[in-house]
Design a protein. Structure first.
Length: 258
């Protein structure tokens, strides 16, 4: 199955191994996929927060527990709550995957765009983070915490090298003016691309400059790092690599490309 980001009916689901923190959804064409591949679990993003799949302290010292607690229980919780309000106000069926709404976000209100994006982005963010590995900063592929297999091969094909990808992603994160996100996404041709979006926009949205399926995202809003890093966003961006869960990213890559 080849993912076509222009077709929300194919894009809205992640077919991946079960991971705590992702909401299970069984709808539309993906249900037939599940019947064809009963060993796989079809998941999409719901309209409520899923439990954080690790403790607030799990990402220390790179992302501190207080930041994680406020980020998850206050900021992200507010996006989820406001999203449900917007859905109620605009008659949106919350049984559908959120990805489906985001794919036609231009038809909805700014409240839906900001909070739908905010909720989706944070759910993705929590899912691709994990406890720092013993190996520390993955300055080169092959270190304990680095992409491997098909994902590593795709990174090399798309960017020339893993290090070139890291450099491009860091530049996107560090130069995003104001609040926003840096992304690694799979575009319509199956190529990996780095982009950044303002506020709570993301590449799934029909209004995005660069569209595709995000598989890695970095929150560069000040609420994500200010308590620990203050104005030193570049230090936060560099530390991010120490807590990336590459297995989770690889699962999202596989779901987007198979
Ligand atoms: Fe955030």
């Amino acid at each position: 199955m080849k993912t076509n980001p222009s077709n929300p009916s194919r894009r809205e689901f992640l077919t991946t191994t079960t991971k705590a923190g992702l909401t299970v959804g069984l709808l539309g064409t993906a249900f037939s996929d599940l019947l064809a591949h009963p060993h796989q679990q079809v998941v999409g993003t719901g309209f409520t927060q899923t439990p954080l799949p690790y403790a607030y302290t799990a990402l220390e010292p790179h992302i501190d527990a207080r930041t994680m607690e406020i980020h998850y229980s206050k900021h992200a919780a507010a996006y989820a709550s406001n999203l449900r309000d917007a859905a109620k106000e605009e008659g949106v069926d919350t049984a559908q995957p959120l990805e489906q709404v985001l794919g036609s976000i231009s038809k909805y209100s700014a409240k839906m765009r900001n909070n739908g994006g905010g909720h989706y982005n944070h759910e993705l963010f929590w899912s691709i983070l994990g406890a720092p590995t013993e190996g520390g900063l993955p300055t080169a592929a092959g270190t304990p915490n680095a992409p491997e297999g098909a994902l590593l091969k795709a990174l090399k094909t798309s960017f020339g090298s893993y290090e070139a990808f890291v450099s491009q992603f860091e530049t996107a994160a560090k130069t995003r003016f104001g609040s926003g996100w840096a992304w690694l996404l799979v575009d319509a041709s199956g190529k990996l691309v780095v982009s950044s979006t303002p506020n709570q926009d993301n590449p799934l949205m029909d209004i995005a400059e660069i569209k595709g399926t995000p598989i890695l995202g970095l929150d560069v809003w000040e609420h994500a790092y200010y308590l620990h890093y203050q104005n030193r966003r570049p230090d936060y961006v560099t530390a991010f690599w120490k807590v990336v869960n590459w297995k989770a990213v690889a699962d999202r890559f596989a779901a987007a490309t198979t």
